[in-house]
Design a binder for this molecule. Structure first.
Ligand code: ATP
Ligand code: MG
Length: 564
């Protein structure tokens, strides 16, 4: 049908794609697209970085281009190889491949130095002897011009000699810097003779003590982009005001000139996203490390049980824009549920166990009952689960005085055990304090799931685990790390004051069906009616530890209808 072609799915271009297509049309970069992801190795990556990764690698994929991984390691004081390794692992895990293009800004230190020398030769940079404080005090304000440094008009020869002395380590830290000579009256503060090199006598994690002068971000970044032949240098909005400086440096030096394009950074409700703040959470012990499952870090989300597919899908859904917004974390959770629902085998586990004895079921008898692995996936097949006289059920699946509409087990009430029999509660056994310790029930032999001839009608289905076969497990439940949607930006309050004291709940005595004994770290399951769970790295051969990735929504109601 001819008309159908015109209405096939059409994804409108986002504003960055529009820019790229315009460049392709005018042949600005010979129709090439070469992006980069440029993390500073001073912390672990978070979900905001994931957006940037998906964007940079995604654009290259779409336009048959390339993406470099570049470590922006120009500050030896905060950077570490631990972070480099973690970042690589996270980018790979997200599903992206930089092939042989892993670069470090520190690899360009010699070239960057030569570029700085060239700027001096052009009369476009000078060594300033003013202190950091003096420089800052003479910078002016957006409406008042700054004051030129008394050292601004040094001769080129003097500047070259001084810069060389700085490089050789003959100048004390803080005594001199190299500044670009632009315009102290520029309305853009970044153009008021920005510092481009400073002395730091700190060993660098890659170059050791070879260098004691380090380029500033604005100088190193544009030139690293130029050196690598980047076409589209995509960054977050706060760099928009740096763009004139990006362009100025490359124009002076006459290098390849990428296009810087800014987009709005990702903010999420109920969390903080800056590495500095995440570091505070780690270092002050609010969480147990960068990969704590409550952290918005990629490693935390991975340990929590999130999948790369879910994160990529989320990035796709939120898109890119130039307006700062806060995305509802529920949107991320939706993507996670959507994917886990497709891939997770269904199993039964009881988190808060109550013992049920089926008094009319033969002692020492075990039946292997058949149940489906994933109703969402026909290829997932079936498995067997052992059933016997004593089973664990969830404590809140029994109520002595149930409210109206409670369809689970009650005194004299009936309920279906998932993929097994209908049982009826006959006796509630309590201890001296009146706590329920056990239920005595009977089962209806002819009510077996799949072959039910009992004619009994029950409204509720509950999950269970055979006591004799149960696998003891530990389960960790997580809630939001912060109690408020926006933990940042409250006058006079630290973001840490909004931490949710109940964000982690450990349940050491849970039981799972025996098929889980084979589960390995990272394996993911739906515990029926309870949510999605994955095996944590804290598991031992004696005991598996499960993280609850996320709760279920209302899918159980639908399931029940199907199964009865
Ligand atoms: P943070 O403020 O969390 O420390 P950063 O920008 O200092 O982040 P970098 O390592 O410099 O961290 O960032 C690497 C890349 O990731 C940059 O291109 C940056 O713009 C991008 N990025 C960082 N945070 C976000 C975010 N929240 N949303 C989208 N992109 C981000
Ligand atoms: Mg940064």
């Amino acid at each position: 049908m001819e008309t159908e072609n015109k209405t096939t799915e059409y994804e409108p271009l986002n504003f960055i794609e529009q820019i790229i297509e315009e460049h392709n049309r005018t042949n600005r970069f010979n129709k090439k697209v070469h992006t980069r992801f440029p993390p500073e190795p001073n912390g672990y990556l978070h979900i905001g970085h994931a957006k940037s990764i998906c964007l940079n690698f995604g654009l290259a994929e779409k336009y048959n281009g390339l993406t470099n991984l570049r470590f922006d390691d120009t500050n030896p004081e905060t950077e570490d190889v631990e972070y480099v390794n973690a970042i690589e692992e996270d980018v790979k895990w997200l599903g992206f491949d930089w092939q042989d293009r892993k670069f470090f800004a520190s690899d360009y230190f010699e070239q960057l130095y030569q570029y700085a020398v060239q700027l001096i030769r052009l009369g476009k940079a000078y060594v300033d002897d003013q202190t950091a404080e003096e420089i800052s005090n003479t910078r002016g304000t957006p409406t008042i011009a700054g004051k030129e440094s008394p050292y601004r008009n040094r001769s080129i020869e003097e500047n070259l000699a001084l810069f060389e002395a700085m490089k050789r380590g003959e100048v004390e830290e803080g005594a001199k810097v190299l500044r670009a000579k632009i315009d102290m009256a520029s309305p853009n503060m970044h153009m008021r003779d920005p510092v481009i090199y400073r002395i730091k006598k700190t060993p660098h994690h890659r170059t050791g003590t070879k260098w004691c002068i380090y380029p500033m971000y604005d100088f190193a970044h544009c030139l690293s982009d130029a050196i690598e032949g980047i076409t589209h240098s995509i960054c977050t909005l706060e760099f928009e005001v740096h763009r004139p400086l990006y362009d100025w440096i490359l124009d002076q030096l006459g290098t390849h000139h990428p296009q810087q394009i800014e987009f709005a950074r990702l903010n999420l409700t109920y969390t903080v996203m800056s590495k500095r703040k995440l570091k505070i959470l780690v270092e002050q012990g609010y969480v147990n490390g960068w990969d704590d499952p409550r952290m918005p870090t990629i490693s935390g989300l991975r340990r929590r049980g999130y999948t790369p597919e879910a994160i990529r899908n989320f990035a796709q859904k939120i898109g890119v824009s130039r307006r700062d917004t806060i995305v509802d974390i529920a949107l991320l959770e939706f993507s996670v549920r959507e994917h886990l629902n497709k891939i997770c085998p269904r199993v039964m586990a009881v988190l808060n166990p109550l013992k049920v004895i089926i008094t009319n079921y033969p002692e020492n008898q075990t039946e292997n009952l058949i149940t489906e692995n994933n109703p969402e996936d026909e290829t997932a097949g079936n498995r067997t689960i052992p059933f016997s006289r004593e089973i664990w059920i969830e404590r809140d699946d029994f109520m002595e005085n149930p409210p109206k509409g409670y369809f689970r087990l009650t005194p004299k009430g009936m309920v279906r055990l998932k993929s097994a029999y209908i049982i009826q509660c006959e006796e509630v056994i309590k201890d001296r304090e009146g706590n329920i310790i056990e239920l005595h029930c009977r089962y209806f032999e002819n009510s077996k799931s799949g072959n039910d001839t009992s004619g009994l009608k029950v409204k509720g289905t509950i999950h269970w685990v055979s006591v004799a076969h149960a696998l003891p497990i530990e389960v960790r439940l997580y809630d939001r790390l912060f109690e408020v949607e926006e933990p940042e930006g409250h006058e006079g309050k630290e973001f840490t004051e909004f931490i949710n004291p109940n964000s982690l709940q450990i349940l050491p005595k849970c039981f799972a069906e025996p098929s889980l004994a084979k589960a390995k770290v990272g394996d993911k399951f739906q515990f029926q009616r309870l949510g999605y769970f994955c095996v944590d790295k804290d598991s031992t051969p004696e005991k598996l530890v499960f993280n609850r990735t996320i709760t279920l929504k209302d899918t159980w109601a639908k399931e029940q209808k199907k199964n009865n």
